[in-house]
Design a protein around this ligand. Structure first.
Ligand code: ZN
Length: 153
């Protein structure tokens, strides 16, 4: 009897451990895959800007007119459980904008702990809520911050 009880206790404990561990691991995997998405999209934006002397007006515009500069499934954040086709927010930076101007970010709620962002220079970062808010306050991110606020997030 004692043995059976102990065995159940161990099994419950194991289930709890793997349950919690799995969630955190899954979150990490999502952030990693999301960052890779952003890197590929940002690279396509850079390629577009060097060909057209301006950044694309929207991410969707890069998939139209036979351009297809990246596969459309890159627009789906792996952490986004909604049905929306695009999990990212994008604002075209000016050609001459600061290299660390925000260009792309996760929509709110895609990930629990961080928001993945891409800067104009194709650097990808995973920012906490506070870090993200601090980045939005920088003068060269004013246009991005205003557009994001207008979009509700
Ligand atoms: Zn994401």
């Amino acid at each position: 009897m004692v043995d059976a009880k102990r065995r159940i206790a161990v099994l419950v404990l194991l289930a709890m451990m793997t349950g919690c561990g799995g969630g955190a691991e899954e979150e990490k995997d999502h952030v990693r895959a999301c960052s890779a998405n952003l890197h590929n999209i940002a690279s396509a934006c850079t390629t577009y800007s060097s060909m057209n002397r301006k950044y694309p007006e929207s991410l969707q515009s890069m998939l139209k007119e036979g351009k297809e500069m990246f596969p459309s499934d890159l627009l789906k954040c792996p952490g986004d459980n909604s049905q929306r086709a695009c999990g990212y927010f994008y604002v075209a930076p000016e050609q001459e904008a600061d290299n660390m101007t925000l260009m792309l970010c996760d929509l709110p709620g895609n990930h629990k702990q961080v928001r993945c962002v891409a800067f104009k220079c194709r650097v990808i970062k995973q920012l906490t809520k506070d870090e993200f808010q601090a980045a939005l306050k920088l003068p060269h991110n004013a246009a991005f911050a205003a557009a994001l606020e207008k979009a509700g997030g």
